[in-house]
Design a protein around this ligand. Sequence first.
Ligand code: ADP
Length: 542
Amino acid sequence: MNIYIISTLINFSASLFLGFFIFFSNKKERVNVSFSLFSFNVAFWSLGYYFWQISNNSYWALFWSRFLMAGAIFIPLTYLYFVYCFTGLLNRRKKFLIFSFFILFIFFILNFSSLFVNRVEPLLNFKFWPIAGPAFSTFLFIWFFYVIYSTYILYKKYIVAEGIFRIQIIYILVGMVVGFIGGSTNYFLWYKIPIPPIANILVAFYVVAVAYAIIKHHLMNIKVIATELFAALLILITFIQIFQTSIYSIVIRMVVFVITTTFAFLLIRSVLLEVHRREEMERLAKELQKTTKKLAAANKELQRLDEAKSEFLSIASHQLRTPLTVIKGYISMIQEGSFGQVPKLIGQSLEKVYISTERLIGLVESLLNISRIESGRLEFDIKPFDLAETVKVIVDDFQSKAKVKNLKLEFHSEPNLPSVSADPQKIKEVISNLIDNSIKYTTKGSIMVGLHQESQSVVFACQDTGIGILPEDLPRLFNKFTRGKGMMQVYTEGTGLGLYFARMVLENMGGRIWAESAGKGKGSKFAFSLPLSDKSKARKIK
Ligand code: ADP
């Protein structure tokens, strides 16, 4: 067996293998199919080449020469087809491709006559080298034209391509150029130029380049792992072995030995890695289970504590409220003179005690409300009512308080507002708290209270010219026991419960509450919306 037989067997098996591999990796992709077609074409040519080399009479040598040329004729066509698919030009160049097929088909027909391959005769070391017929030069010209043209298209695409696509093109480009140059060394002897097909083996280079691009850069959307490739190589070499009978088989067996050893090593390593990974996963899963259990227990404990806290708050408030009411009652009776005349000085002190007791009762009431609302015990008596009327009454009540601070308190309502659906008593508390806050946190200027309709709700707004709210405080104000920064200095008796209660109440009635302020010293606006009781009164937003 000579070097040419070996090289052609390598070309054949590498192309055949790559063709199948790419085809079965993704049969649905046209790029893959076209590339497989090209590879099979090269394999066909190599097969003819092999049998021509081992022919021992001129009849068969001529037959196999024509067989290999049948393959060679279509190589540029399948190459062009692949390039068109790969670069996305196929649809635009379909006609040219069909035209090219017919051109090359003419030579396929001529291949049955002596016009193409004329005869075989001994040349250099070859016993039966084919000699060109009169049509062969034209064919060669066309053959080279197509190969160069297709390569040029690939190159043009390479220039404009970017990223991974650009890298993929360069591999194909280099593989094809080297492969075609190698294959072209077959043509010198046809014209008796004494250069043997020394580089025939280079044809397989395109297989190497494309395989490398598949592994490294996922060419044609194929992802392979090293073991797969080794397995593939093993199959390939075992296949070549079928044709081996001489000294070369020792070399081949050695290669097989090396590959098998590497393959076995890789396989064992990957199995070990897999086992290790699984163990690690199991350990992590166990840890996760433990942590989840701990978390669930902690969560339960937190819930229990929260309930205990609410319970405590509720009991403490109840216990506080009764004695406080008694104290308040007795103070009133003393002030009214039920137990005899009260001296002026004592009367003045009693007045202060009375005010403080009332504040304490208010605080206890707030705490009770919160604990009721949090435990779901606060009941809502939701019914349709006229919000405008309610607000008017409350604003009137606050006029005297505003006057004391020299503040203008005004109320404007859109006429004929539809009624809302809510608990009137609770809403009164919310509105009173909002207006009270505005008076508390405003030193000069005015407080504007307004009502208007917005599609499916009525919106209440209380706008003041007071101390305003810092942007960082805005989102927190509606939380429990939360007050704005530095509020302790402005108003010492605040608890930070009023807005929390308001939010709870509104959320329970399908409403919403929010605050707006341009910043410190720029006034604030507190607003809430309540759903209409009669949905048919809803208004379209312009
Ligand atoms: P309190 O007024 O008792 O502190 P609230 O829950 O009613 O409790 O209010 C919480 C905080 O919201 C107040 O401490 C204050 O910082 C801020 N705030 C409420 N209303 C106004 C307002 N009209 N102008 C500026 N800040 C306000």
